[in-house]
Design a binder for this molecule. Structure first.
Ligand code: TYC
Length: 133
C-alpha cells in the first residue's frame, strides 16, 4: 500500500489516501501462508483414501460334505437366508464352485478360516478359498 504525505499548516503528516473513516471493511481474502506472526491457515487437502480391495469367498464342491451342512454354513457365516443359501449350495453342487460373499481382505480370510475349522471339527472335507474380486 503506498502512502503519501501532505503538508498541513506546520507539520508533515502521513495519510493513507484510500482510508476513509467509515469505509466498509473488505471481506477477508483467501488464506495466506503462515507469516510467523501468529496467523492460522486452514488448508483443505484432497482425501486420498481408496476403498479397500475386495475378495470373493468361494466354496468348492466335493462328494462327501452333506448339502445341509453347506446350507447351514452359508446361513451362519455368510448371513444368507434359507432360500438363498440353498440356491448357492446347489450352484456349487452343479457348477463346482460359487461365490458365498465379497469382503475386505481380513474379513474374507477370517471367514475362510472359520468355515474350514467348522467343517473339519465334524469331519467334512469342505473346501473354502478366497480370491481377489
Ligand atoms: N456335492 C455335495 C453332496 O452331494 C454337496 C456339496 C455342496 C458339497 C456344496 C460341498 O461346497 C459344497 N453331498
Amino acid at each position: 500500500m503506498r502512502r503519501a504525505y501532505v503538508q498541513s499548516l506546520n507539520s508533515i503528516e502521513w495519510v493513507m489516501p484510500e482510508e476513509k473513516p467509515n469505509a466498509p471493511v473488505p471481506p477477508p481474502g483467501p488464506p495466506r501462508p503462515d507469516d510467523g506472526q501468529g496467523a492460522v491457515v486452514a488448508e483443505r487437502k484432497a482425501l486420498k483414501t481408496k476403498p479397500p480391495r475386495m475378495y470373493q469367498v468361494l466354496m468348492l464342491n466335493d462328494d462327501y460334505t452333506p448339502m445341509e451342512f453347506v446350507v447351514m454354513v452359508l446361513q451362519q457365516y455368510f448371513q444368507r437366508d434359507l432360500e438363498t443359501a440353498t440356491l448357492i449350495m446347489l450352484k456349487i453342487h452343479h457348477e463346482g464352485r460359487a461365490v458365498c460373499g465379497v469382503y475386505p481382505k481380513d474379513v474374507a480370510a477370517t471367514k475362510v478360516e472359520l468355515v474350514v475349522a467348522a467343517a473339519r471339527r465334524v469331519g467334512h472335507p469342505l473346501q473354502c478359498t478366497m480370491e481377489a474380486a
